[in-house]
Design a protein around this ligand. Structure first.
Ligand code: PMT
Length: 392
């Protein structure tokens, strides 16, 4: 993804500047050519020599005399693929939002013809301040990409959002800057993971879905420019960057959440392994074997979320999944007709559930297209490309 890309890494005055050294190293390791711009304040935390020693092609500082060119702020980004400001302080966000050009970096941002991405780093109260949020909104409207910030303990001891993403996380988030925007601003609703149906307060019925396939699809959709809402059953997975996640436990909660959210979305992808039945006689108290022996469990059917969404008057474009143990295509196509959806992604339980890879077939009314075994991330990208083709 980064091979041959010309990236300008701009460093501003934050304690997180030390992480930019590692970021530079990782960018170069992934094949990028990197130039560095440092503000004066950044040079109080790390030196230009550090970046030179780590392999930066050029390090631009505010010292105009030092540069061979009279226009370093223009040369720096001339043929660049991306200008990445990391760390980005509240000060540089304010200057960039106003179009100021009173130092080498703000001038370079103003002159940049390439995309600009910011990895903010500041105290949490500074981040949440209305002025900063106004600047972020302005820059986003102007087309800038924001990577983070992360939440957690800060150098000053405060806790909250404002921490710069870790270098590896920035690289991951950067994929968005270089991915084709196949679903630009399209609103996509995705369900993922298992559901959990309680028998009593300590026991329940669930399945082996890890959520990996659904989360990979949420990530691929976000990288393709979509606004993604992920309705997730219980999993241990991290929310992909830029994805809005709503946690649910039971199939009924998943149904209620999806039906509340769906009208705001143009695409619905139902990846969750939803329990078909719930326990009708679940107990409020822990069942005791001493008193009641083996419990008699009575099941009642859960609502079918995918079929309900597909039946709506203004239904979004719906994609279902089918996890089967046999007769993969026939069973998947039967679901396609029963639930009235144009596309079912069919996979065998043994290939898919709780695995890192998947082998899927795109089943439509009159076609079945098998994909070769691949990582769930790759399957997700193929699915997003397929959906983009269908909806556009
Ligand atoms: O989570 P992973 O470990 O990564 O595994 C991925 C997966 C195997 C869970 C995923 O690839 C998958 O196949 N998901 C669908 C699993 C399933 O149980 O499908 P189904 O045949 O029961 O249901 C068919 C479709 O209807 C699915 O889109 C399902 O989300 C939907 N459904 C089912 C029942 C119900 N009450 N409501 C629904 O919306």
């Amino acid at each position: 993804m980064l091979t041959g890309k010309k990236i300008v890494l701009a460093v501003t005055g934050s304690i997180a500047a030390y992480k930019s050294c590692e970021l530079l190293r990782l960018l170069i390791k992934r094949g990028a050519e990197v130039r560095v711009i440092m503000t004066e304040a950044a040079q109080r935390f790390v030196t230009p020599l550090t970046f030179e020693a780590l392999g930066a092609q050029t390090v631009y500082t505010g010292d105009w005399d030092q540069h061979q060119s009279a226009i370093p702020h223009i040369d720096a980004t001339k043929d660049a693929s991306l200008l990445l400001v990391a760390p980005a302080t509240a000060n540089i966000l304010a200057k960039a939002a106003q179009g100021m050009a009173d130092d080498i970096l703000s001038a370079a941002i103003l002159a940049a013809r390439c995309p600009v991405a910011y990895a903010p780093a500041m105290n949490t109260y500074m981040w949440h301040n209305q002025a900063t949020q106004r600047n972020v909104t302005q820059l986003t409207q102007d087309g800038a990409l924001f990577l983070g910030p992360a939440s957690g303990e800060q150098a000053c001891g405060d806790i909250g959002s404002g921490r710069m993403l870790e270098p590896e996380e920035i690289l991951e988030a950067l994929k968005g800057a270089f991915s084709p925007r196949l679903l630009d601003r399209c609103r996509v609703l995705i369900t993922a993971g298992p559901t959990y149906e309680p028998i009593d307060p300590v026991r329940g019925i669930t399945n082996r879905s890890s959520g990996k396939q659904g989360y990979a699809i949420a990530k691929a959709a976000a990288l393709a420019g979509a606004e993604v809402t992920l309705v997730s059953g219980p999993t241990n997975l991290k929310t992909p960057a830029g994805v809005r996640r709503i946690d649910v436990t039971t199939a009924q909660e998943m149904y209620d959440t999806v039906m509340r959210e769906v009208s705001q979305h143009e695409i619905f992808i139902s990846v969750a392994a939803v329990a078909d039945w719930r326990v009708a006689n679940s107990s409020e108290h822990k069942l005791k074997k001493e008193f009641s022996g083996a419990p008699e469990i009575i099941f009642e059917e859960n609502p079918d979320i995918l079929a309900s969404v597909a039946a709506l008057e203004n239904a979004p474009y719906c994609v279902g999944f089918a996890a089967e143990t046999d007769n993969l295509i026939d069973n998947a196509r039967a679901k396609l007709y029963r639930k009235h959806v144009p596309l079912i992604v069919a996979n065998l339980v043994s290939d898919a559930m709780n695995q890192d890879t998947n082998t899927v077939v795109f089943v439509e009314r009159d076609a079945a297209t098998p994909l070769t075994k691949a990582t769930k991330e790759h399957v997700a990208q193929e699915l997003i490309a397929k959906i983009a083709q269908e909806v556009n």
